[in-house]
Ligand binder design. Sequence first.
Ligand code: CP
Length: 362
Amino acid sequence: MSTFKKMMEKTALPLFSNKTILISTGSDAMTEKSKTEKAKISWKSKDCLGLRGVSRDEIELVLNTARSMKEIHSRTVKKVPPLRGKVAVSLFYEPSTRTRTSFELAATRLSADVISIAASTSSVVKGETIIDTANNLRVMGTDVIIMRHNLAGAPHHLARNIDIPVINAGDGTNEHPTQALLDMFTIREHKGQLEGLTVAIVGDIIHGRVAHSDMWGLLTMGAKVRFVGPPTLIPESVKDFGVEVYHNLDEALEGVDVINMLRIQRERMTKNFFPSSKEYSRIFGLNMERLKRCKPGVLVMHPGPINRGVEIDSDVADCKSSVILEQVTNGIAVRMALLYLLVSGEKETHEKTTDSTPSLFE
Ligand code: CP
């Protein structure tokens, strides 16, 4: 038996083509069909650019595959061979600690060769375009590009112009799909399902790419989403998508199962959206007093980086209800799952992406 086959048996990952997997759909997919039979499900796009338009089956596929990947994390030797011989490039035009490290660890654990490029120390500073940079990486044998950019739509632009998978690791104020996938994975681990839960997402919604991807993903999975913050930080248009909007944090936290606190993204602000950090913290910050009034078992989440004492108090960030560091750990399994689904197996001739909706809020 080959090493690959042995690994797949051990991890309960099926031996199908790179993007198609036979899974038993979980508790979030409650159709008659899914209750009685296994469904053949695949990740449809060559890329992962956002969760807008991604189906419930596809999200289930990633979350279920990530469950198998997480088991690898508990082994002494945290490495398996599906991406042996493949090359993953992380191309970051913006700073990152969690996303970049966990993508690189994820690719390494799947045995890919990983090249890490920070735009600030590459030929980008000499004026090279995204497509020229990426094409140069492609002809050196790159199989997947993981890209973060300060401009909404930059990964979509690249994906339309290159025939290898592109994964969006955060584009401006638009989307951060893998953060939302790891958020949903973490919630599901604790709550068993996403369907029927109420999730409050608090803070800088207008600049928050995590908020946008969380919204698409959670609504697709049957959860209720509450956006909470000052009117200046929540676009009215979100109500059209089925989100409830609150400007009073105490009212918004009543009965919620999950609270996801977001950082104020000062680097994206061109004007003052609220009087001061102290004022913001008093009105929209999560403190222990507010947490104690919440439903028992409520989960406290934050995508990081945290601004302690602004959107969340230190004692709340570090308390028993907080799953902030679990989110970081789960990021590796979720990104392994996505890389596995997009890159492993027979090399396919990929269709160019048809996604032409780079940004919701720009
Ligand atoms: N959550 C997140 O995207 O963190 P980084 O900016 O550190 O990658």
